[in-house]
Design a protein around this ligand. Structure first.
Ligand SMILES: Cc1cc2nc3c(=O)[nH]c(=O)nc-3n(C[C@H](O)[C@H](O)[C@H](O)COP(=O)(O)OP(=O)(O)OC[C@H]3O[C@@H](n4cnc5c(N)ncnc54)[C@H](O)[C@@H]3O)c2cc1C
Ligand SMILES: N[C@H](Cc1c[nH]c2cc(Cl)ccc12)C(=O)O
Length: 536
């Protein structure tokens, strides 16, 4: 990479419009561009340069519920963007066969209630009303089993303690971190390529410059900052801040600036995926309102229902199976519907860059880091990163305090999610072949090993889960521990001395509420057929 003599005084000039150059136009590139223009309008210059030659990963299809803050920030309503992206609702992740063949449980978007200061999970261990922890404690588990939409045909949201507000252009906009503690009842599935297209239009209409070209060189100045990137057809692009959205290539951060990548592979061995897009006739086949993750011989298979098709893929460890065998497994799982569909084989780089923001380069998306998509965290990482870029947006080159805070927050989010994912494997009861046996003996992060010992005696709460913000609330850990069934968890001894009638009444209230909602709500198919007809 070459050095050029950019004038540092110019780079630090507070009066000049900051130029942000985003390299890469996948989900990360366009989410970043649209968010920055929504945050700062024309008070900054934003350019996106994306290669027409190098494709996007293009699989990210399931999200966190938090993504609604992203759309709200852009002032987009569901009726604006959902039809354009073939989007559906996701109320939970449904885990199949993680405990034993034929078993399933949900990790829903619903807070776990409590009675007399003890979480319902603890009460359930003491006095289980049925064998289904998830159905006894969460209304949404029954809605998933019954294929229901979280909205009525007129668009009204189910009452889950979340009041939707009327908004206009002057309303304050919300962000993920400040909304911790409240729980919106659903997330989305969508076609990532269509969302990138939608956001391209959104951004360019608001002044973002879009260049279709290859970046061939990254030029550093005498201080090691990026002065410009060189393109094949558009010459040099100068900037103050460069956002590396080049995917697993990490062309700017890892290659040009040499920031090391720290692998998580020792604790999360799945390093490949094979994906298929299966046609779906929404009028004939039911669409589950959840992502399904089905455990298989050397990993797990995702099933994501969209309005147009089902996205499916097998995430596996190449130490345990071959790409050919993995493709056969996936095709056998899907059946004849996938016979004529071409498979997409993907290598995954699991881990994170040591620092995601170095000098004037910040990596967002796969270039920053990635963990397997078991809990659909990829787009959440992007969304969280962009919010942090806005929060710590620099005034010049000397803002190392802001950069450090940014890097700390990214480290915490990724390391915390890693712990949560490892719990799925150590906690899965299934141990029927070498792959699943090894999940019980492989190294796990030390802090997680200590936490699991605690959780055997006291279900996870805010005091005992990963102590920094990482997107997942304590109840999520309860769902995996009690659902996957491989770790024996005991109820609090205090509950043996307590009266359980209020807890049993709460289980009954949940059961009755779920029963009523299943009767009243339309199926997800009915809801989207209605939306497509323009009725919502
Ligand atoms: C198997 C799999 C399944 C996943 N499932 C989910 C999921 O369900 N939910 C979820 O939230 N996330 C998921 N993810 C993650 C999600 O796909 C990514 O977070 C998301 O697609 C962001 O990718 P990206 O934009 O960082 O990179 P990419 O999609 O790889 O985009 C890279 C961009 O950089 C450009 N580029 C590269 N080099 C150059 C160059 N030299 N010059 C110019 N441009 C260049 C490319 O043209 C492209 O536009 C999944 C990932 C994988 C691998
Ligand atoms: N920030 C939360 C994270 C969260 C809470 N419950 C779930 C359930 C599932 Cl399946 C994924 C993530 C979360 C949110 O997005 O609501």
């Amino acid at each position: 990479m070459s050095a050029s003599g950019t004038d540092n005084r110019q780079a630090n000039d507070p009066g000049r419009k900051k130029r942000v150059v985003i390299v890469g136009g996948g989900t990360a590139g366009w989410m970043t561009a649209s968010y920055l223009v929504a945050a700062f309008g024309d008070r900054i210059d934003v350019t996106v340069v994306e290669s027409a030659r190098i494709g996007t990963v293009g699989v990210g299809e399931a999200t966190f519920s938090d993504i609604r803050h992203f759309f709200e920030f852009l002032q987009l309503a569901e009726s604006d963007w959902m039809p354009a992206c073939n989007a559906t609702y996701k109320l939970a992740v449904r885990f199949e066969d993680w405990r034993e063949p034929g078993h399933h449980f949900y990790h829903p978007f619903e807070q776990l209630g409590s009675v007399d200061g003890f979480p319902l999970s603890d009460w359930w261990l003491r006095s289980p009303t049925t064998s289904r922890f998830d159905k006894d404690c969460f209304v949404l588990a029954s809605l998933c089993d019954a294929g229901r939409s979280p909205r009525y045909l007129d668009g009204k949201l189910i009452d889950q303690g979340f009041a939707e507000q009327e908004r206009d252009e002057t309303s304050a906009r919300s962000t993920i971190v400040e909304y911790q503690g409240t729980q919106f009842p659903y997330a989305y599935h969508f076609e990532a390529a269509l969302l990138a297209k939608y956001l391209t239009k959104y951004s360019t209409q608001r002044g973002v410059r879009h260049i279709s070209d290859d970046v061939t060189d990254v030029a550093l100045d005498e201080d090691g900052f990026i002065s410009h990137v060189r393109t094949a057809g558009h010459g040099r692009l100068d900037g103050d801040l460069f956002v590396d959205c080049t995917g697993f290539r990490a062309l700017l951060l890892n290659k040009a600036l040499g920031e090391p990548f720290e692998s998580y592979q020792d604790t999360l061995p799945n390093d490949r995926a094979v994906a298929l897009q299966v046609p779906l006739d929404m009028d004939r086949e039911p669409m589950r309102p959840c992502t399904t993750a089905t455990a298989r011989e050397a990993g797990w298979i995702w099933t994501i229902p969209l309005v147009s098709r089902i996205g499916s893929g097998y995430v596996y460890a190449s130490d345990y199976t071959t790409p050919e065998e993995a493709e056969r497994t996936l095709r056998a799982f899907i059946g004849p519907a996938a016979a004529d569909v071409e498979a997409n084989h993907i290598k995954m780089r699991i881990g994170r860059s040591r620092r995601s923001w170095v000098k004037n380069c910040v990596a967002v998306g796969l270039s920053s880091g990635f963990v397997e998509p078991l809990e659909s965290t990829g787009i959440f990482f992007i969304h969280h990163a962009i919010e942090q870029i806005v929060k710590y947006f620099p005034s010049g080159r000397d803002d190392h305090h802001l950069r450090n805070l940014y890097n700390e927050s990214i480290e915490h989010v990724m390391d915390g999610v890693r712990e949560f994912l490892v719990l799925h494997y150590v906690g899965a009861k299934r141990a029927d072949n070498q792959y699943w046996k090894d999940t019980k003996t492989r190294r796990i992060p030390d802090s997680l090993a200590e936490r699991i010992e605690i959780w055997k005696h006291k279900v996870p709460d805010a005091q005992t889960v990963f102590p920094y913000y990482h997107g997942l609330p304590p109840y999520s850990y309860n769902c995996i521990l009690l659902g996957a069934g491989g770790i024996e968890v005991r109820h609090s001894p205090a509950l043996d001395l307590a009266d359980d009638r209020a807890a049993l009444a709460e289980f009954e209230r949940i059961r009755l509420k779920a029963e009523k909602l299943v009767q009243e709500l339309p199926t997800q198919n009915q809801y989207f057929a209605n939306m497509r007809a323009g009725a919502v």
